[in-house]
Design a protein around this ligand. Structure first.
Ligand code: G3P
Length: 219
């Protein structure tokens, strides 16, 4: 399973990279805005900065919503760096754009996916990744994890190459459940990844080992 970090914050990306478990980065317009990145040139530079930190796919989302504009914008993003994956929303023109990019050999991430039907369509259109937003489904009393299982099953049934990129991950158990279900990738902020390493018995055990060692040196 691949771990992507879902942020445009360069420090967080560096920290995740230093941990040695990072496989890529996903961004979206909200995450870029949160870092105060605006203007075409600054946005491009920021994507290049991210690519220089991590050795893996970096999703850059189009802002356009018409097929023609998405193609123009996506081609410009893809030309920035070989690691760039064009992130396209699950709308009618987005599906056309996924097919266009797929035929051109440009990697894509179909975003804002909330149903198995949308995920099926994204795979049919040749998306490289599909991003079901499981936390946002949980937020509206719908089981996001169940959707991950459905998509994995459907893709397995037909041998679709599209990778299931579980997004909108909120905590460690989301990651563990996605791993059990066979999601190809999880993307989340650094905190849920760091939560995976926490266990009180680990801390207690280490404290005791170190205390026993100290006592033995004194005796
Ligand atoms: O980047 C897409 C997705 O991961 C957003 O997550 O936390 O805004 O629901 P969130």
């Amino acid at each position: 399973m691949k771990f992507f970090i879902d942020t445009a914050n360069l420090d967080q990306i560096r920290e995740a990279q230093a941990l040695g478990v990072l496989d890529g980065v996903t961004t979206n317009p909200s995450l870029m805005a949160k870092e105060g990145i605006s203007g075409e040139e600054n946005i491009k530079k920021h994507y290049l900065d991210i690519c220089s930190i991590v050795d893996g796919d970096v999703s850059a989302e189009v802002i356009s919503t018409s097929f023609e504009e998405m193609v123009k914008e996506g081609e410009a993003l893809a030309a920035l760096h070989p690691q760039i994956v064009v992130k396209v929303p699950m709308i009618q023109d987005g599906v056309k754009a996924l097919r266009y990019f797929s035929d051109k050999g440009i990697k894509t991430n179909c975003t804002l996916v909330f149903s198995a039907g949308q995920a099926l369509l994204a795979a049919k259109a040749g998306a490289s990744y599909v991003s079901p937003f499981l936390g946002r489904l949980d937020d509206v009393s719908t089981d996001g994890i169940e959707l991950i299982g459905q998509i994995v099953q459907i893709y397995d049934n037909y041998g679709f190459k599209t990778e299931v990129l579980a997004a909108s991950i909120r905590h460690a158990m989301h990651i563990v459940r996605c791993a059990e279900l066979g999601a190809d990738v999880v993307t989340c902020p650094l905190a849920p990844i760091l939560s995976l390493l926490k266990h009180p018995l680990t801390d207690q055990g280490l404290e005791k080992f170190l205390a026993d060692h100290r006592n033995a040196q004194q005796g």
